[in-house]
Write a protein that binds this ligand. Structure first.
Ligand SMILES: [Zn+2]
Length: 272
């Protein structure tokens, strides 16, 4: 194929995956989000979640790991860190308008998702999709080069979620779920992936009206930032908070002068 034909086919594929209704215009729908750690959802799409919550959508969050390793504090333990991270995610979700009983923790250990029993993992997530029956799944893309090489849980979560989306629609995958739990197959109509590379993004959500909610939700993850990541403290001193907010705000993606979240939307098994 010539380069022009290749470009044309990529362009057609990107267009064909576009939804009929824009994500941020959905009302009263069920949205299921998967995140490897409690904070990736905030970095990747907190603004989008705030808009969806404002529109009265039923948002369900599934977190693969308990994030119990990422602290440099020598006094920290994994058990304590997991509890801290759980409360921080609940605070972040409250800011975005998502109740804490809409958060489901799969509780794999941080950094260990790739070593889980992969068959069990895909079956578990297939069951969740069949139970929740979402109109939209939001999930992590394998992401940038740094993430693809460095972030084991991110790779695994990305691949596992799409494997489960595939399995959920075919009744012959995990028929025990139908037999024992009455779970029917479910075809996910539209998918959106965050942490997408710049060249693969094909959908941008304008988050101007909720950008401060995104920043506040991120700041709720206190233990992920300096100084708390080195010497845990549960709160911010006001000056550090304002400085960190300003720094983060300056890094939020902008498009045509607006704050945006870049996503990749797709249908089916990412074949179009
Ligand atoms: Zn992460």
């Amino acid at each position: 194929m010539t380069r022009i034909l290749i470009l044309a086919s990529i362009f057609t594929a990107l267009l064909s995956a576009q939804p009929k209704t824009r994500l941020e215009d959905l009302h009263g729908k069920t949205i299921l989000l998967f995140t490897p750690h409690p904070d990736d959802d905030a970095f990747g799409c907190a603004g989008t979640l705030a808009l969806l919550a404002k529109n009265g959508n039923n948002i369900r969050i599934v977190i693969y790991t308990n994030d119990d390793k990422g602290s440099y504090d020598p006094e920290m333990t994994s058990e304590r860190l997991a509890r801290i991270r759980m409360h921080e995610e609940e605070d972040a979700c409250r800011i975005l308008g998502i109740p804490k009983d809409h958060i489901k923790w799969l509780e794999y250990h941080d950094g260990m998702l790739e070593y889980a029993n992969t068959r069990d993992l895909v079956e578990e997530v297939t069951g969740i999709i069949r139970k929740i029956r979402p109109e939209v799944v939001l999930s992590i893309d394998p992401g940038t080069e740094y993430v693809r090489w460095h972030k084991t849980d991110h790779r695994m979560a990305a691949n596992n979620t799409i494997d489960a989306i595939r399995a959920a629609e075919w009744h012959l995958y995990f028929p025990n779920q139908q037999l024992h739990e009455g779970l029917e197959p479910w075809l996910v109509p539209q998918e959106y992936y965050y942490y997408v590379t710049e060249k693969e993004a094909n959908y941008w959500v304008n988050i101007d009206s909720v950008v401060e909610k995104k920043v506040d939700a991120l700041m709720a993850h206190v233990s992920q930032w300096e100084p708390s990541i080195h010497h845990y403290r549960p709160d911010w001193d006001p000056a550090t908070l304002e400085k960190t907010k300003a720094e983060y705000r300056s890094h939020i993606t902008k498009k045509d002068g607006h704050y945006v979240e870049a996503l990749r939307t797709s249908t089916g098994f990412n074949q179009e």
